[in-house]
Ligand binder design. Sequence first.
Ligand SMILES: Nc1nc2c(ncn2[C@@H]2O[C@H](COP(=O)(O)OP(=O)(O)OP(=O)(O)O)[C@@H](O)[C@H]2O)c(=O)[nH]1
Ligand SMILES: [Mg+2]
Length: 253
Amino acid sequence: MPLFANAVFAISAEKTDDLPQPEGAEIVFAGRSNSGKSSAINTLAGQTRLAFVSKTPGRTQLINFFRLSNGGFLVDLPGYGYADVPDRVRRHWQEVLSSYLRRRQSICGLVLVMDARRPLTDLDRQLLEWFGPSGKPIHVLLTKADKLSRNEAAKALQATRLELAPWSDQVSVQLFSSLKKTGVEEAERALGGWLGLTAEEKEKPPAKGEKNRGQKRLNWIKAPAQGGEAGDSSTPSEPFEPQLPAQVPSNAN
Ligand SMILES: Nc1nc2c(ncn2[C@@H]2O[C@H](COP(=O)(O)OP(=O)(O)OP(=O)(O)O)[C@@H](O)[C@H]2O)c(=O)[nH]1
Ligand SMILES: [Mg+2]
């Protein structure tokens, strides 16, 4: 059973004021429009229509929260970099995203979703600039890996890891495909770790006369997180002053 199989839609927010009170640890999915964020959430939840997927870029226009059975959340962000958006809307989203990523204490980690064919665009780097100073973990999914040959995919992975090597304490990178369902276990390990969930292989005691004696079941169990319960948004995390790149809009005159 997928790690996030019990995820259910909780709430949508259009602007920072609409954000729900932090209740549990939030795993945020961010990335360029059409990179496959909503698809990745569906894949990790083992569902087809939890998050809205579309061929048309820019379809996720709200911050969507999906509640997990352990009290945490998966958060699907609107994509950036979609050209066909009025400036006013683009600015609005840039402000909402940067503010959410920089200030929300309950975020426990960022999943940066990038098309394996076009990783680390300027906007992806800007996102890393916004979130990096938090010191919280970042897991990169190089999605649509099925569109590359095995060799090309390995090269994309290696090149991205190399570029992000200076932040290897904070950043991990993997290949992923929602279409082929590849990379799911690796992603589950990374994200489950943030929520204090660990895979434990348990042998089911065979009932008398039961078939499949000794069949193994993979269970995800809740492990105590440091500084509080797993999924506890009160887990200590210092506020930080982000180092904003020059192109980020600021309120200064
Ligand atoms: N081949 C392939 N197609 C994918 C994969 N992941 C997503 N797609 C397709 O890419 C398109 C965009 O996927 P979404 O999951 O909606 O992308 P998104 O990042 O949520 O897009 P926005 O909400 O617009 O930011 C859809 O047509 C998906 O079917 C994948 O791993 N492989
Ligand atoms: Mg989406």
